[in-house]
Design a binder for this molecule. Structure first.
Ligand SMILES: [Zn+2]
Length: 215
């Protein structure tokens, strides 16, 4: 079941190693986001007062380890990589943070059809299984637009242009604290739109956690 070679350097793996050899695991490009609340990712979202934290575990570099792992998870059917990433996030996450619901960033149904699973949901499911006080919710919001808009507009304009990327939430989320889980965050525009939808439904706090982000 498990691949015989390291996804990053192709070195053959021993029985204790999963997907990455020990050296590449030590070399993971870790951020310090979870120790540093005022990190670069959080600053992308800090204009929305309900967003209380935003953190990524790894830096996403073209051709780097995070990209190779996420590519294998998304396009090569290596679902176990998502489970491993969920374990990483759970062990690094602040257990004292009050979170009611964990919401993976939804995938449009056309993409779900070709990939068979939502990578963010695989990560979130594994994350929640390690932190039993939180509930995984995949029923709150759906992605209604398959492609993302490629514009050079300002962040606020982009958020407005993406009004309908996610469906309206049909649940009352009053007083709920929600953690959004994503695989990789680049501009933050799509996650921002998802936040808007959850805020419309009355949630009290939002936190954002992703496996990787751009530098
Ligand atoms: Zn390696």
């Amino acid at each position: 079941m498990f691949p015989q070679n390291c996804i990053n350097c192709q070195q053959s793996l021993n029985a204790e190693e999963n997907f990455l050899c020990t050296l590449c695991k030590i070399d993971l490009p870790l951020t310090d986001d979870l120790q540093n609340p005022n990190n670069d990712l959080f600053r992308k979202f800090s204009f929305e007062p309900k967003i209380k934290s935003a953190s990524s575990y790894l830096y996403f570099i073209n051709g780097g380890i995070a990209q190779k792992l996420l590519y294998s998870l998304k396009y090569s059917g290596k679902k176990e990589i998502g489970t491993m990433m969920g374990n990483w996030l759970a062990s690094a996450f602040d257990k004292n943070l009050n979170v009611d619901f964990v919401v993976p960033v939804p995938l449009h149904k056309s993409k779900l059809r070709t990939r068979t699973y939502n990578q963010s949901e695989v990560i979130a499911k594994s994350f929640v299984s390690d932190l039993s006080s939180m509930e995984l919710r995949t029923d709150l919001v759906k992605r209604t637009v398959a492609t993302r808009t490629q514009t050079k507009k300002s962040k606020v304009q982009r958020w407005r242009n993406m009004q309908n990327v996610y469906s309206e939430v049909q649940h009352d989320l009053s007083g709920k604290s929600i953690l959004i889980v994503d695989d990789v965050i680049t501009t933050g525009a799509t996650v921002g739109m998802l936040c808007e939808r959850l805020i419309e439904s009355g949630c009290s706090d939002l936190h954002i956690l992703s496996v990787a982000r751009g530098k």
